[in-house]
Write a protein that binds this ligand. Structure first.
Ligand code: ZN
Ligand code: ZN
Ligand code: FE
Length: 733
């Protein structure tokens, strides 16, 4: 007979952990108790020593789906001779501890009940349990308890209450628990009429089939939805959103329906089916999906239903649907029907709404698979808020990120927390969301920041906000932050010496120019810029990011090549000559733009990353040639590459040839430079969302470790985490 004291840290609260422990204790006939504490979960078990060992073994092996153990301490103590095992209500039950989990897609058990005619939650659109359902989107305050959520206004019925209080029930302490008798109510709004009847989901499906655009409230906000096989509604949607080409995500009923329009390998299949239900970019195949869904690319973003409502909707649909976030350009996803009516009232024929409030907007997560590794384009629903354990001392830190595709990160109480994707900080609405998110987390955990860490860019709204808080601030170089984020992602010590390759579209460099094609020797708080691309002039600054032919024009002027193909550019020539509004830039993202123009003739991009996607989709893996780059004194000169591209333009299939040779060239220059340094490699920055480039690098660099983010995104969405890392380093040294 022995008695063991277990202290468990990690994601162990509000995930069905205590009932899990309870069931295990019964299985092994152990006495004692389990209780939540401020630092995690506390278990005391007494009984046969071998049974205690089996208990601990099972504890690690059969965790509830959403639980994660970061730390488990066991000490043996004196026997207390308890008579049974209980779930104890701890004195400090109300303390502000425990991680906030992301919203979860419907689980297999709930899915079965949803389809079971004999179940009392048959076709109930808000079915959930401890293992699934909304979380972050409904939390007003913590502890995560029903009165502190947007479920507070729905009193539980007797039956739900019984389940809620039974430790052996799957819905024990499931805060959003509800049923047809006591939960949120669905409503269909068509013009000025409202319907609440049983058939409204079917009616919505009918509208979709008839080629209408509808809005449906998801877990983190509204989606605009239409049939993905009909051109007409998609065209209307594109016109209205002023979004001519940017791909839309497609939701299918199930994997089977997905396989009718895309090719998926087993890793992609797992990702689609995973508990997070993200949008997964996969290869298109010939199908009845409209060519307007994702023009100019061979990939399609697919996801499976993540809420019970979506599952029921597909009972009445036989085609895939477009499900795109309801937001105006650069604004956050809309969460309230009033806002939807105001902004999309003109275009949607109906709104399927419900009366559970969304307190924190959350877009869908997006990823692609690089072999078996996940490469995130957006970390959001199902994944963020993301909690990573980190030993960083007692400080409380806030990192505000950059500006594009922004997210923020906190450090407190031995953990790093990354917010969901917030969007680009260029509109008032997204900046409001930024400030609200900070305010929410301050309230949740009573945070008082010791330091705020921000980008070096002096005019980013996030930088200005940080500096206005009367709290000590630290600024971090954008590219240094990218590389440190990769170290955090790969769980490497922060002072690991690496050769960082930080390539993206735009970031503020230490010399006041725009960087983005950087090789940095990083060691903790220090870094040295060991190589970078030769700077070129961005004629008209921001304007050339949209009008990409300006970049090609500027580069050709630099090397005195013929620019007669460009018409009406006298003004640009003057800017180039006199350096008027012509900031210098060394970004690979912009180099992609220039090459994209030269390869395809595309003069203007309509969304961020379009030229990269276009070149990637032209890539032919049978082409192994590359262009000439010269490195001198750490400056990568591409003058000869440009001349070679001009020659290739005269050949047949020049677009594919140029795109392929260009991507090969980028892989080659990385390989060449990293081989001169005896260091592990860390990649960071939005350019590394390019799967083709990553796959090439993985093949070419075999003699040393090649690290790239697999939990975070390589794009600016993880700059905040890198900034936080910098702050934590400062604390340690
Ligand atoms: Zn469930
Ligand atoms: Zn109920
Ligand atoms: Fe960046």
């Amino acid at each position: 007979m022995k008695r063991a004291n277990l202290h468990i840290k990690g994601l162990v609260q509000g995930v069905g952990f205590r009932p899990f422990v309870y069931t295990l204790a019964l299985k092994y006939d152990l006495k004692g108790f389990v209780a939540n504490s401020t630092k995690g979960v506390h278990v005391e078990i007494e009984g046969d020593d071998s049974k205690i060992k089996s208990f601990i073994c099972d504890l690690k092996q059969f965790l509830p789906p959403l639980a994660r153990i970061d730390k488990l301490d066991v000490v043996y103590v004196e026997l207390k001779n308890d008579e049974k095992f209980t779930i104890k209500k701890s004195e400090n039950e109300d303390t502000k501890s425990g991680a906030i989990l992301p919203d979860q897609a419907i689980c297999e058990d709930c899915l079965k009940e949803l389809k079971d005619e004999t179940n009392r939650r048959f076709e109930y659109p808000f079915i959930n349990c401890t293992n699934c359902g909304p979380r972050y989107s409904i939390i007003k305050d913590i502890p995560y308890d029903r009165p502190y959520t947007s479920m507070a206004k729905f009193p539980m019925c007797e039956e739900c209450k019984k389940e809620y209080e039974n430790p052996l029930d799957r819905r024990y302490h499931a805060q959003p628990i509800s049923c047809k008798n006591c939960g949120p109510v669905l409503s269909l709004h068509v013009k000025n009429e409202v319907f609440f009847d049983e058939n409204i989901i079917q009616k919505t499906a009918k509208l979709i089939k008839n080629g209408e655009i509808v809005a449906i409230k998801g877990v983190g906000g509204f989606h605009l939805i239409c049939d993905a096989t009909q051109d007409e509604p998609i065209k209307r949607l594109r016109d209205f959103k002023a979004r001519p080409f940017k791909p839309f995500a497609v939701m299918t009923k199930d994997l089977e329906m997905a396989k009718e329009c895309v090719l998926v390998n087993s890793h992609e299949e797992n990702a689609l089916n995973s508990i997070e239900k993200p949008i997964v970019l996969v290869e298109k195949k010939d199908s009845n999906i409209s060519h307007l869904v994702a023009p100019h690319t061979q990939r399609l973003g697919i996801f499976l239903p993540n809420t019970p409502l979506h599952v029921i909707l597909f009972n009445f649909l036989s085609s895939p649907i477009i499900a795109t976030s309801a937001n105006l350009k650069s604004e956050p996803i809309i969460t309230k029907k009033e806002d939807l009516d105001e902004k999309f009232g003109e275009i949607v024929s109906a709104v399927l709404d419900y009366d559970r409030e969304i307190l924190h907007p959350c877009d869908d997560s997006v990823l692609q698979m690089v072999g078996e590794k996940r490469l995130f384009l957006r970390v959001s629903r199902g994944i963020a808020p993301l909690t990573l354990p980190f030993k960083g001392g007692e400080k409380t830190l806030l990192a505000v990120g950059a500006t594009q595709k922004n997210a923020i990160a906190f450090y407190f109480d031995g953990k790093i927390v990354l917010s969901p994707y917030l969007g680009s900080m260029e509109t008032l609405k997204t900046f409001e969301l930024f400030k609200n998110t900070i305010a929410s987390w301050k309230r949740f955990y009573g945070l008082k920041f010791d330091e705020i860490i921000h980008d070096k860019h002096p005019t980013y709204a996030t930088t200005k906000w940080a500096k206005s808080q009367n709290i000590k601030t630290i600024s971090v170089n954008h590219y240094h932050a990218h590389i440190l984020a990769t170290l955090i992602d790969r769980n490497l010590p922060l002072n690991t010496e690496v050769l960082g390759v930080a390539w993206d579209g735009t970031g503020y460099g230490d010399d006041g120019t725009i960087w983005g094609g950087e090789f940095l020797h990083v060691k903790g708080r220090e870094y040295k810029r060991v190589a970078h691309f030769k700077p070129f002039k961005l004629l008209g600054g921001e304007k050339s990011i949209k009008h990409i032919y300006r970049i090609a024009f500027s580069m050709l002027l630099d090397i005195n090549e013929d620019v007669s193909e460009f018409e009406g550019v006298e003004l640009l020539s003057q800017m180039h000559k006199k350096n008027i509004n012509a900031p210098l830039c060394s970004s690979v993202g912009r180099l992609f733009d220039a090459v994209c123009y030269l390869a395809t003739g595309l003069k203007e991009v309509s969304y961020d990353g379009e030229s990269g996607l276009l070149l990637e989709s032209l890539y032919d893996e049978n082409i192994e040639e590359f262009y000439t780059l010269h490195v001198k004194n750490g400056v990568i000169n591409y003058d000869n590459m440009l001349r070679e591209i001009l020659k290739d333009r005269k050949l047949k299939n020049s677009d594919t040839l140029i795109a392929s040779k260009f991507i090969n060239t980028l892989a080659k220059i990385i390989t060449t430079i990293v081989n001169k340094h005896n260091l592990p490699i860390a990649l960071g920055g939005g350019v590394f969302q390019n799967k083709t480039l990553l796959l090439k690098l993985e093949k070419q660099i075999t003699s040393k470790p090649l690290h790239f983010p697999q939990t975070l995104t390589p794009n600016d969405g993880s700059v905040c985490v890198g900034q936080l890392a910098f702050g934590l380093l400062k604390d340690n040294t």
